[in-house]
Design a protein around this ligand. Structure first.
Ligand SMILES: *Cc1c(COP(=O)(O)O)cnc(C)c1O
Length: 514
């Protein structure tokens, strides 16, 4: 299997090369030249497989230049006892016809672990196999969940080092605490005086810095990035859509071959794109339901064909979905253009030059036949947490709650009650303040304001979130997940702070320590 770039389909590279490189040199994203198929018969043979066996099988269809034993090594290290559930990604039934795929049993309690636990192994295996002698240096700016999951994934992985910049303004106190207490011999964390965009821009500048590149060369290091456009992050996410489907078959909730719908709370369009690949591979999926928060650029795109990023940015209680440019959408667009890279380039140029593009005709029809889009405001998200808890006893984090709200809306509007899987992307304990506030709010006073006014984050959420863990445990009857419980006793290990123009010095110091 070779990989093209969405912006140049004459490029043909192996999976090891593209996982090392991340982004194609002309700015495009790597995509597989064909999408492998899983027949109904093969699906049946996979029913008894456990998560790791399934992961090896699915990955082997895409990462064809990795040997069987290399993939087994990567998978077995990634999905081991750092996951609190032996199923890795267990499925829970919420109500008749709706099942929750819990993707947050990993070490950081958010779904990013599903990919970032395995990416370091895929990368180091690629480096070694291709005779590259350099050590990988991961440099990342984070707005929250990615940074912690990347630190946890790369910590003490031989042949790698990682430096994460987080913005002083913008991460939650829980996310900050998770990062500044990070353990591991090869990890560094620094706060940047600024917001996420500042940190991100600073990192991009560092990647292009010639002087640093020379120092890197001397120390035998190569930069890499752990962000979600790397195919090595996307492909492991396809696995859990297969595992959740097979789980439902095993539990007799569906018959093999029966179509399901999948709801995904979406930010950068990575998680839902993995579901699309699963569908294309032959997983029986009817509709993919794309759930957004007030930053509802994808809802509008799916409904109208116009992608317009010229709009206000809202800070919401589902911060990992506060995104106006969903990078991974480019991969789906490329497929919708029937792999015409010229057409794709033109759309991407319009987006960067004018701030919008539009699709129409059969392209829009195709999009709408696969995807349905909806969104939940902050009040609706709170109401979703509250009402689901009252009626089922199940506690959702705000991201999952957005998905649940949009699921209800989908059923109401379409009358389609196909058996559905809702991807749950974080533990409620990652956002204890907002979840508690939702659970404690009385009545359904928020109902009726649907979509009208766009309030931002409610006040009263700046209390030290750590102290709220016990309170949430008491209210819900759930145990605080071990990785968050453990934070109380962890020493603070990373206190570095710098201004934006001093980020380069932090990186240079890291390089020189090698
Ligand atoms: C990253 C993240 C998302 C969004 O996932 P995408 O792949 O960017 O669409 C949703 N929920 C949580 C908790 C996340 O961390």
């Amino acid at each position: 299997m070779k990989y093209h770039s969405t912006r140049n389909n004459k490029i043909s590279m192996t999976s090891m090369e593209i996982i090392k490189q991340g982004l194609s040199s002309e700015g495009g994203l790597f995509v597989p030249e064909t999408i492998p198929k899983v027949s109904r018969e093969e699906l049946k043979t996979l029913i008894p497989a456990d998560y790791r066996q399934l992961a090896r099988r699915i990955l082997s269809m895409y990462l064809t230049d990795y040997s069987e034993s290399q993939l087994a090594y990567c998978v077995d290290h990634a999905y081991a006892d750092q996951f609190s559930s032996p199923a890795v990604a267990p499925v829970t039934s919420l109500v008749d016809g709706l099942h929750i795929l819990e993707l947050w049993h990993g070490p950081t309690c958010a779904f990013k672990d599903m990919a970032l636990q395995i990416l370091p192994y895929l990368m180091t295996t690629a480096i070694q196999s291709t005779g590259d002698k350099r050590e990988i240096f991961i440099l990342t700016a984070t707005s929250g969940d990615t940074g912690k999951a990347a630190l946890e994934g790369f910590r003490d992985v031989p042949g790698t080092g990682i430096l994460v910049f987080y913005p002083l303004e913008g991460v939650s106190s829980m996310q900050k605490l998770q990062m500044i207490t990070q353990e591991g011999e090869n990890v560094s964390v620094a706060a940047v005086k600024g917001n996420f965009d500042d940190a991100q821009t600073g990192v991009k500048r560092i990647f292009r810095d010639a002087q640093l590149a020379e120092q890197m060369e001397q120390r035998n290091l190569r930069f890499s990035s752990a962000n979600s456009i790397n195919w090595g992050r996307l492909v492991p996410q396809i696995v859990y859509y297969f595992s959740s489907y097979l789980n439902l078959v095993k539990q007799d909730c569906i018959a093999l071959g029966q179509n399901i719908n999948i709801v995904v709370p979406t930010g950068n369009f990575g998680n839902i794109l993995a579901a699309w690949y699963a569908k294309e591979m032959g997983l029986p999926v009817n509709r993919l339901i794309c759930a957004s928060n007030d930053n509802n650029v994808l809802t509008d795109f799916i409904r109208t064909g116009v992608y317009d990023k010229r709009r206000s940015f809202y800070q919401t209680i589902s911060p990992s979905m506060d995104i106006l440019v969903s990078s991974n959408l480019e991969r789906l667009l490329y497929e919708l253009c029937e792999r015409d890279d010229a057409e794709l380039n033109s759309l991407m140029e319009q987006l960067s030059e004018k701030g919008y593009y539009s699709i129409e005709g059969s392209m829009l029809k195709n999009l709408q036949s696969m995807l349905w889009g909806g969104y939940a405001s902050v009040e609706e998200t709170m109401e979703s947490i509250r009402s689901t808890f009252r009626s089922t006893g199940y506690t959702m984090d705000p991201h999952t709650a957005v998905g649940k709200w949009v699921y209800n809306e989908y059923c109401r509007e379409t009358g389609d009650y196909t058996v559905t899987i809702l991807a749950s992307t974080a533990s409620p304990f990652k956002f204890p303040g907002d979840v508690l506030q939702a659970l404690k709010s009385e009545s359904s006073c928020f109902v009726g304001t649907a979509g009208s006014d766009k309030l931002s984050k409610p006040s009263g959420t700046h209390v030290d979130e750590i102290q709220l863990l016990d309170q949430l445990a008491e209210v819900t009857g759930l145990a605080v997940p071990a990785p968050l419980q453990g934070l109380r006793k962890k020493k603070i290990r990373h206190t570095a702070q710098c201004s934006i123009d001093k980020m380069k010095d932090q990186v240079a110091a890291y390089i020189n320590s090698k």
